[in-house]
Design a protein around this ligand. Structure first.
Ligand code: NAP
Length: 455
């Protein structure tokens, strides 16, 4: 796949980038390793100072950076700016908290002294997706680098300008050479990098297919990996839920500022029969206000899908589900532009076996499935190969907490949209991946948890 900046709203090719040569790759790996040997010995204070500078840099440059995301993957400018603000917060969070997270811990044993150290790992490879082209990278990099590791980024091939900008942000803030480097690399050459002895572990955020491939290569080299993969999050609306609020959160959760292209977006709406009418009515009202168009225009609320392939996949999944009996409750309009636009659609009468029930749909489609009792709701919620997140809308918080225990997913949000937050761990189970990012747990994924025992 060519490494190309192509505007998904206009189909204009902005720039094509050369893939890194084997010689250049060798130079970058060598630099990353040399930088690691020095960086691991720097203090938390020194690293924190640089991350606080980076946080300021992100805040100062947020509009310029947001424009790159809009241009390359089609999110609205305001969505891009929020993404950069959240990245800045995460840099600050790890600058302030890493020293406490990674402090040595005393353990009482029959030794005269025993404790656990958290030491750095080495050079990490980050394979990242395009849908949150800044946030995904900084949320990996802030804890990984604060822990004393260095990193090489292989970003998605459709966001090279964002990747270049991320590397520049580290350089401009004075991070030592080699601590964070971007490489323009097609996915077929990722294997070579994983197998390089200087790479000690891999973080991948992306599809199941990419995750399975990277994990099997890393596994054959006995190298750790953290996988943040897809999801088909349930969004349960109980009969006692606040319906207006449920519809508002459903809209935000499905569109997730990204035309439905978010791993943690709600993707199956499981609604009690008694409130199906009122919930769908309110949701249609909200959906009819969505303005699909050029994401660089200020009044646009939904841009195009990022690539033609995604648009074709969403279209196929939706049309097949309609052929199988799903009913269109609402279908929005798309602009007369060349880009990869797909209308927001709400479907009812959705059943198991339809692609919109069984698969991850990466676009603005809302499948509604109805239920009549709690057991049925739980069964539908867990009837997925994924396990990333779930939202429960109800006024009965005790019941919601019982559901939180019984739903098989990594992140359960009650009366709220599933969101990542630097203060709490984020990640999935089943085919949504393994390992955690963010919070205290995220920073411990890429450290050597070392036992020291003094007789
Ligand atoms: P993708 O096609 O898997 O790409 C993700 C990254 O993996 C890109 O850098 C891609 O490079 C690389 N890649 C693809 N195939 C690979 C292979 N066989 N070996 C090594 N690297 C490979 O996924 P995407 O379409 O960009 O992102 C959408 C998916 O990511 C969705 O399933 C979404 O749910 C998931 N996601 C999950 C999270 C989370 O936190 N759980 C967050 C965001 C997205 P190229 O671009 O060069 O192919």
């Amino acid at each position: 796949m060519a490494i190309q900046s192509k505007n998904p709203a206009t189909l204009e090719i902005i720039q094509t980038y050369e893939e890194i040569s084997d010689n250049e790759l060798e130079i970058k790996l060598k630099k990353a390793q040399e930088a690691y040997l020095k960086w691991k010995n720097t203090s938390f204070e020194e690293r924190a100072k640089l991350f606080l500078k980076l946080a300021d840099y992100l805040k100062t440059n947020k509009s310029e950076m947001a424009k790159l995301a809009t241009m390359e993957m089609g999110k609205t400018l305001s969505a891009g700016e929020s993404e950069i603000e959240k990245s800045a917060l995460t840099c600050e969070y790890y600058a302030e908290n890493s020293v406490n997270f990674l402090n040595s811990e005393k353990v009482t044993t029959n030794a005269s002294e025993s404790y656990i150290r958290y030491d750095s790992f080495g050079v990490l490879l980050a394979v990242m997706p395009w849908n949150f082209p800044f946030w995904q990278v900084y949320r990996f990099a802030a804890p990984a680098l604060m822990a004393g590791n260095t990193a090489i980024l292989k970003h998605a091939s459709n966001v090279p300008a964002c990747a270049e900008m991320i590397e520049k942000s580290f350089t401009d803030c004075g991070f030592p050479e080699g601590v964070f480097q971007n490489i323009f690399l097609g996915s077929t050459r990722v294997e070579k990098v994983i197998r390089d002895p200087r790479i000690v572990a891999v973080a991948l955020t992306g599809s199941e297919k990419a995750g399975a491939s990277v994990a099997s290569i890393a596994g054959s080299e006995i190298k750790k990996c953290v996988l943040e993969l897809g999801g088909s999050d349930p969004f349960i609306v109980f009969a006692d839920a606040d319906i207006d609020l449920s519809a508002e959160i459903a809209l935000a959760s499905r569109m997730s500022a990204n035309a439905g292209q978010a791993c943690n977006g709600a993707k199956r709406f499981i609604v009690h029969n008694d409130v199906f009418e009122s919930f769908s009515k309110k949701l249609i009202e909200l959906f009819s206000k969505i303005i699909v168009g050029d994401p660089s225009k200020i009044n646009t609320t939904m841009g195009p899908l990022a690539t033609e392939q995604i648009m074709l996949d969403v279209k196929k999944q939706t049309e097949k589900s309609i052929d199988m009996g799903a009913k269109i409750l609402y279908k929005g309009n798309i602009p007369e532009m060349k880009g990869h636009f797909y209308p927001p659609i709400i479907l009812s009468n959705v059943k198991k076996g339809m692609p919109v029930y069984d698969e991850e749909v990466f676009g603005p489609v809302v499948p509604i499935i109805t239920f009549s009792n709690d057991e049925e709701a739980l069964e539908i919620a867990n009837d997925t190969i994924y396990g990333l997140g779930a939202t429960i809308m109800t006024s009965d918080i005790d019941k919601a907490k019982v559901f939180a225990k019984k739903i098989n997913a990594g992140n359960i949000f009650i009366n709220a949209q599933v969101k990542s937050d630097p203060r709490v761990p984020f990640g999935g189970i089943k085919r949504s991946g393994y390992g955690r990012e963010l919070g205290n747990y995220g920073i411990k994924e890429f450290v050597n948890i070392k036992t020291v025992w003094v007789k």
